[in-house]
Design a binder for this molecule. Structure first.
Ligand SMILES: C[S@@+](CC[C@H](N)C(=O)[O-])C[C@H]1O[C@@H](n2cnc3c(N)ncnc32)[C@H](O)[C@@H]1O
Ligand code: SF4
Length: 445
């Protein structure tokens, strides 16, 4: 969640992806589009977002023009890899709904003009409940959005105040109802463990989230990120640090109430509303978020926008973090390609030489800051870490032989399911979900 970018190696300024370095790409492709604007910076949040704009291409009114450049760059550099049509587009933030619906429509049109889009693609927009009305939701649906993810966080006023949220509890059921009326799937995000939140407050929030029957609910334990206003408040003793036992109790309550209301957990923090005939116990659910699945199941994805991360096969890179630096790099266009930047030279030194490109590249510049080439062992480790968090679990055969002997011990400790293990799959129990980091360490060291 931290916006601090790793160092990595410098990346070619034309964004060329060398097939030898990419290795075997995924067939599936997802796009993430970051919108780095918010009205207010919430005290707990350290996402890459700003309450001001930064001029042409890096402020709200002109942002879609810079996005257009990176969409074209992505389509051109990904073309040799023959992905299947895009199955998920996610506009996240920040607050994407601070853009006009027409701008979001233009961004989606640009994607359709440059990529093949799967007819059943999931197209999600994140929205703060006080930044959208019924007409706006209708415009989003007409523009091709299929799903809205609302940042509800809590239904209790004092908790929302501690989190510096600008919306009221009453706004959430209204926007969820409107979204569903215009044919959009609706998801809500909740946060538990906010300083001063009682178990009763949390129960109130869960019941309020369930009441309008959204298609999907995410529950995140509050993370006090270093450098945030809330971090400073905790350090000064103004707010108490979240208590792990309290958080565990709140997670158990969430799981019980959500299951009772017909929601199935499919990843530690995510629950999907079950459709008729669907059963809990896997990620194969109509309302499971494809955007989430793309991360957990190692799809390729291109992250557009300042600070956004991308991943294709064995290579991973991340964009310049500041919106101005990102927009300026994209605006460099063919000029950058004639006179190689220092970044490109370093990229060449690292073996990422765009001179080796087998075909002419469209004259577009990359906003990447740096990147890395993943080792096979890194990818295996990451796959275990991510997939073990899902209701599909992971095949025991995919664990290294040195750690397989720990499976019976984890069963005895009540952290993984005995029946699933008998069928060759490691699946977390409810207690295992609470101790997922420990289980992951045991199965990867
Ligand atoms: C980055 S926000 C963007 C959505 C939108 N701007 C909003 O806040 O309503 C996405 C979600 O991340 C979660 N989130 C952000 N910071 C968090 C933190 N420090 N701890 C736990 N969850 C966090 C919140 O639930 C939020 O809805
Ligand atoms: S509105 Fe969302 S993205 Fe913006 S500061 Fe708050 S949590 Fe972060």
């Amino acid at each position: 969640m931290s916006p601090q970018l790793p160092d990595g190696v410098a990346w070619p300024s034309d964004g060329y992806l060398d097939p030898h370095l990419v290795g075997t790409p995924s067939k599936n492709l997802a796009l993430y589009i970051h919108v780095p604007f918010c009205t207010v910076r919430c005290g707990y949040c350290d996402f890459n977002t700003y309450t001001v704009g930064f001029g042409q291409g890096a402020d709200k009114d002109s942002y879609h023009h810079s996005v257009n450049k990176e969409v074209r760059l992505a389509a051109d550099r990904l073309r040799p890899f023959n992905h299947e049509p895009v199955k998920s587009i996610f506009l996240g933030g920040g607050t994407p709904t601070l853009l006009r619906a027409g701008q979001i429509g233009q961004i989606l049109q640009d994607v359709k003009d440059n990529f093949a889009l799967d007819p059943s693609a999931e197209v999600t927009v994140e929205a703060n409940p006080d930044t959208i009305d019924q007409a706006g939701l209708e415009q989003l649906a007409r523009a091709g959005v299929t799903r809205v993810s609302f940042g509800m966080q809590s239904a209790v006023l004092h908790v929302l105040r501690t989190l510096d949220r600008s919306h009221t509890p009453q706004q959430v059921p209204r926007v969820v109802k409107w979204a569903r009326e215009v044919g959009l799937d609706a998801s809500v995000d909740l946060i538990y463990g906010t300083p001063g939140e009682s178990l009763t407050d949390w129960k109130t929030s869960l019941e309020a989230a369930i009441e309008p029957q959204p298609d999907h609910i995410s529950c995140y334990a509050l993370v006090i990120e270093e450098g945030t206003k809330m971090w400073a408040q905790v350090r000064r003793g103004v707010l108490a640090m979240p208590d792990p036992d309290d958080e565990a109790e709140k997670y158990e309550l969430a799981d019980a109430l959500l299951a009772q209301a017909g929601y199935a957990w499919y990843e530690i923090s995510n629950w999907a509303k079950l459709e008729d005939g669907e059963a809990a116990g896997s990620t194969n659910l109509r309302h499971a978020s494809r955007h989430n699945l793309a991360y957990w199941f190692d799809w390729d994805w291109w992250g557009i926008g300042p600070g956004a991360h991308s991943h294709v096969g064995d290579v991973r890179w991340w964009n310049r973090k500041h919106p101005r630096a990102w927009a300026d790099a994209l605006a460099g266009g063919s000029a950058n390609l004639g006179a190689r930047s220092a970044g490109a030279e370093a990229g060449i030194a690292a073996g990422l030489d765009s001179a080796a490109a087998p075909r002419p590249l469209a004259p577009l510049a990359s906003p990447a800051q740096a990147g890395e080439i993943l080792e096979e062992s890194d990818r295996v480790l990451e796959a275990v870490m991510l997939r073990i968090r899902t209701a599909d679990g992971i095949p025991i055969s995919s664990l290294s032989p040195q750690v397989r002997g720990r499976v019976p011990v984890l069963i005895d400790e009540g952290l993984i399911e005995e029946a699933a293990a008998g069928a060759g799959i490691v699946k977390l129990t409810l207690q295992g979900r609470l101790l997922a980091d420990y289980v992951t360490r045991e199965l990867t060291v």
